[in-house]
Design a protein around this ligand. Structure first.
Ligand code: CU
Length: 110
């Protein structure tokens, strides 16, 4: 009986790992003269979302990225991907911008 419980526990753990890995999504965003590309994202709720920002221009002020509601602020070095894990997102909108709130983007979770 004890072995049955251990086997079940291991099986559920494996299932959890499988579910977690399928519900994880990384989206690449380029930072160019036009701003964020793409600037509007659509994702399904209850998935773990990461955004990988790569700044490809020196001619805009978007040298850092902020997520005001999440209190995330990160430098964006030129031509280097910076990955930001937002965790599991609920339905709604998550906005992000440059440090001065001039270049904007939004994730629509729906
Ligand atoms: Cu700016």
């Amino acid at each position: 009986m004890k072995y049955l419980f251990i086997t079940l526990a291991i099986t559920f753990q494996l299932l959890n790992v499988a579910i977690a890995s399928t519900n994880k999504q990384t989206i690449n965003i380029a930072v160019t003269e036009k701003g964020f590309e793409p600037a509007t994202l659509k994702v399904a709720p209850n998935q773990e979302i990461s955004l990988a920002f790569t700044r490809k221009t020196d001619s805009t002020c978007a040298t850092e990225i902020i997520f005001p509601a999440q209190k995330i602020k990160k430098e964006l070095p030129l031509n280097k991907a910076v990955t930001i894990n937002l965790g599991i997102l609920k339905k709604g909108e998550v906005s992000f911008s440059c440090g001065m709130n001039m270049v904007n983007g939004v994730i629509n979770v729906q």
